[in-house]
Design a protein. Structure first.
Lengths: 250, 102
């Protein structure tokens, strides 16, 4: 980052990861973080559940509480039929949560800040829930788009509205995650840039004044950890709600 | 979810309370129909509602533009679909806001 201007978006630039191998195969730093994040999740469960203590230790407690939290969420949202979607929702939740949190560490790449990643996840959720709807209800799933208790002459107007509302789901789902993560990282970078600008332009006085952006950044760090967890939760719970709609049709 | 799932060594009771609070905020305990979770943070609420509105318009414009390109009817499908998309956006907003009211 230069001293004259704030390069807030440079942190999202894709480079190659994994050294020479990455350069040869266009393996990006984003892919690297995804691999790393997935490895952390798998390793957590392998290591934490190796001993299977009756009274869990910290690691086992973490693993079991995450499991139970997602399991409870799936069952409460979708009912007992939802249990078959639990592995999917849990994988999604763990992947996004670890990605968000890893992205908060300095020099780590936040792969959830790329719309390509969140969009791919959201489109997959959308296609899956649509497929589940047709699988459970056959062609009758199309009745989902005609709201009940509406006079017949309004249906030609309401059905397109419902369909567009349905099709906008993957967009709002992906934009919500991507925008939250990106906005947080940009704000961090901007406040950090203020500090450098203050020191560069006003010397010692600027260094004193830069306590203000520093304090803001510290507060922002706490907020970003909240957002990282919350957005993973929101993504997972919306996935549950969409699957609920597909299973129960209302 | 309240702050800090980092404090994971908390006892089970407080986890249940936080889960309860999170579920209330997500509008799940009212057997919501098409309810969307909303969060307490006003910034992300604003961002979420904006995304809901724009997403429907994006879909409508994409459909209108695509049909026009396909059928060589340039402005007409777009003109027809944009109001429908706006209506769908308002519908999304209403569904998203339904849970914040209570």
């Amino acid at each position: 980052m230069g001293n004259e201007s704030i390069d807030a978006l440079g942190q999202f630039k894709l480079t190659t990861g994994l050294g020479a191998f990455g350069r040869a195969f266009e393996f990006t730093n984003s892919n690297e973080m995804m691999l790393f994040g997935s490895a952390i999740v798998v390793a957590l469960y392998v290591v934490a559940l190796r001993r299977r203590a009756l009274v869990p230790g910290r690691l086992q407690g973490l693993a079991e509480m995450t499991y139970e939290f997602v399991h409870q969420m799936v069952i409460d949202t979708m009912g007992p039929e939802g249990a078959r979607f639990f592995p999917f929702v849990f994988t999604l939740f763990a992947f996004i949560l670890v990605g968000n949190i890893l992205g908060l560490f300095p020099y780590f790449f936040a792969f959830t800040s790329h719309i390509a990643i969140t969009g791919a996840l959201a489109v997959f959720v959308f296609l899956l829930s649509t497929a589940v709807g047709f699988w459970y209800h056959g062609i009758g799933f199309l009745k989902f788009f005609s709201p009940p208790g509406v006079p017949g002459w309004l249906l030609p107007l309401l059905i397109p509205i419902e369909i567009i509302s349905y099709m906008s789901r993957p967009i709002s789902l992906s934009v919500r995650l991507f925008a939250n993560i990106t906005a947080g990282h940009v704000m961090w970078e901007v406040f950090a840039g203020f500090m450098l600008l203050l020191v560069a332009s006003m010397g010692a006085v600027g260094a004193m004044a830069s306590i203000i952006p520093l304090g803001l950044n510290i507060a922002l760090t706490a907020l970003e950890f909240l957002v990282a967890v919350l957005q993973a939760y929101v993504f997972a719970i919306l996935t549950c709600l969409y699957l609920h709609d597909a299973i129960h049709m209302h | 979810m309240s702050k800090g799932r980092g404090t994971l060594h908390n006892n089970h009771g407080s986890f249940d309370q936080r889960l309860e609070a999170a579920r209330r905020r997500a509008g799940l305990d009212q057997n919501g129909e098409n309810s969307q979770p909303t969060e307490a943070n006003p910034l992300s609420l604003a961002m979420q509602l904006g995304a809901e509105m724009v997403a429907a318009l994006v879909v409508a414009v994409a459909i209108g533009y695509g049909l026009d390109r396909l059928l060589h009817t340039t402005p007409w499908f777009m003109i027809g679909f944009v109001p429908i998309g706006a209506a769908a956006g308002v519908l999304n907003l209403l569904r998203a806001m339904r849970t914040t009211k209570n």
